[in-house]
Design a protein around this ligand. Structure first.
Ligand SMILES: [Zn+2]
Length: 548
């Protein structure tokens, strides 16, 4: 999840985000804060995250939080200064190592902690960061991020965090860069006694106090920062055991008490999703941590093993079909899309948000694979082609590196159509499926750069896709097939293409399907008879123009 794809809404979202995240900023306006947030600084590079033990008390009446994060790390290189991020107005109160207080300075969100003890390569060390304050409130979650302090219909507190792009340091102190995922994590959250708290992974214990309860959750797999979340509400729970590719998988659902009946009906799509996506992408990547759907007071987000849901128990995207074909109303957008991210975002994660297409293009594409599984190939093609109306070709899909900058919102449906086009080039659906499964196996629980994914797809398809990806990910040009028909002769070439772009395309000449491989130069094809009809297969995301 991230941006809505409807054009009218995009501008608003861009504005909302630009203030916080660097989204859609001009290159010249990047600041030192963007670099501190978006690059692997020397104060980050020398240590490798191993374990977080995050303990937070949430006081809804005061919109106040306090707690600490124990950070265990492996020393990779000697260095005495460590960068930990936390965004104002939250404040770091103390940092300790082995019981001794440490000095630190701060530069905006970045805090530089001077370690007293010598950091020896190969050692596992810990620091504890104590913090508190009134965290930034999310106004338009999940597009901005922070804490959503809401009430349910019964007037009970209904609270959730979201922070993609903006960064997890908006609500807890951590190494706020995507390249280094923590290997496992404990999340303990203390809330007023009458409420339930749901985070990622498995519930390993609940402590009862006089007026509060502490919920302890454990995530046994690597997790990215923005995937970590707190959800607090008057929840009821139901669940099931799904027999999946790796064996029994616990699927648990937490919804507001008065939505239980609706949820029991709508969440029947969760095991259906699991079946379709295990087929296309391979085993769900977090069996050990279970799968959860958790109701929240905003639209939804791909929080790892606790996908958050706020789609009002309706099919479509808040009841709308993003493709305009009718197929978008055959599924609950949030259940399908956000769960698709378990494979592309949570299993395979970008190192730099500039490569966010790795999350969103594959996941937007997963919507049509879900349709393919239940309604067939034609339905799925109609859907993904229908979403082309959302493509803007404003700026390239890949953003700027090292400054926490996302590329175009076209990473959703232009990306999905790029992958749909690639499926046509592979021309073998079983092979294509094995490549999608292979990605999830070979990059299992890893953070990646776009180049790794691009090279993998070239290697496994046996097609040199470098110009293909340069075209669709790094420019706003749509290949334009120019053609001329004179008697039996079809002449064709591409315009608006990058160097060496020569993607084959299927066309219908006099109703007969055939492949042509245009490039920048005119080529000719001679038909048996005069050419009376010519069509370009709409599965390919290109334009075509007849030259008279
Ligand atoms: Zn998404």
């Amino acid at each position: 999840m991230r941006k809505i794809i409807l054009m009218a809404l995009l501008c608003t979202i861009a504005t909302a985000n630009a203030q916080n995240t660097g989204l859609f900023k001009d290159e010249t306006t990047f600041t030192r804060q963007d670099t501190l947030r978006g690059s692997i600084t020397p104060e980050r590079a020398w240590w490798d995250l191993n374990y977080y033990d995050l303990d937070v008390t949430v006081k809804p009446d005061e919109k106040y939080i306090s707690g600490f994060n124990t950070i265990r790390y492996l020393v990779l290189n000697t260095n005495q200064v460590m960068q930990i991020d936390l965004q104002p107005p939250l404040k770091i109160e103390n940092v300790t190592q082995n019981g001794k207080k440490l000095d630190f300075t701060n530069d905006g969100n970045a805090h530089f902690i001077t370690l007293k003890e010598k950091q020896k390569v190969g050692d596992y060390n810990e620091i504890i960061v104590y913090y508190s304050g009134h965290p930034k409130e999310a106004i338009r979650a999940p597009w901005d991020g922070g804490f959503s302090w809401k009430k349910d219909k019964n007037g009970k507190d209904f609270i959730a965090t979201s922070c993609q792009g903006l960064g997890a340091s908006v609500w807890w102190p951590n190494k706020d860069h995507m390249y280094d995922e923590v290997d496992s994590m404990k999340i303990s959250v203390t809330v007023p006694k009458d409420l339930t708290e749901v985070s990622n992974g498995r519930l390993i214990g609940v402590d009862e106090h006089k007026e509060t309860k502490t919920f302890h959750w454990f995530v046994s797999n690597p997790i990215n920062n923005y995937g970590v979340n707190i959800n607090i509400g008057d929840y009821v729970h139901f669940g099931e055991v799904y027999q999946g590719e790796k064996g029994p998988l616990d699927m648990d659902y937490y919804v507001l008490s008065y939505n239980l009946d609706k949820a029991k009906e709508q969440f029947k799509q969760a095991p259906k999703m699991m079946e379709a996506f295990e087929h296309w992408f391979g085993p769900y990547p977090f069996y050990e941590d279970s799968y959860k759907l958790v109701e929240v007071p905003y639209l939804g987000m791909e929080h790892q093993s606790s996908v958050t849901y706020g789609n009002k128990y309706e099919n479509g995207y808040l009841g709308r079909d993003l493709s305009g074909t009718g197929w978008g109303l055959k599924f609950d957008f949030i259940i399908i899309h956000e769960s698709g991210h378990e494979w592309f975002a949570n299993n395979i994660t970008y190192k730099d948000i500039a490569d966010m297409w790795v999350h969103e293009s594959f996941t937007a594409y997963s919507e049509n694979l879900y349709l393919d599984y239940y309604f067939g190939k034609e339905a799925s093609a109609e859907y993904v082609i229908g979403t082309r109306k959302a493509i803007r070709n404003d700026i390239p899909i890949i953003g700027k590196y090292d400054v926490n900058n996302e590329g175009s919102g076209d990473m959703y449906y232009k990306g999905a159509n790029m992958l749909h086009t690639l499926r046509q080039l592979v021309e073998d659906d079983e092979k294509w499926r094995s490549i999608l499964r292979g990605l999830n196996k070979d990059f299992y629980h890893q953070t990646v750069k776009t180049k790794q994914i691009e090279d993998y797809l070239s290697e496994k398809t046996g097609i040199d896709l470098s110009a293909f990806f340069n075209q669709y990910l790094r420019t706003v040009m749509v290949p334009n097939l120019n053609y001329k028909i004179e008697g039996k002769t079809l002449s064709y070439k591409y315009t608006d293409v990058v160097e060496n772009f020569d993607m084959p395309v299927q066309v219908l000449v006099n109703g007969e399907e055939q492949w042509i491989q245009p490039n920048k130069d005119w080529q000719e094809l001679t038909a048996k008879t005069n050419i009376n009809s010519f069509e370009v297969d709409n599965d390919f995301y290109i334009y075509h123009t007849e030259i008279k």
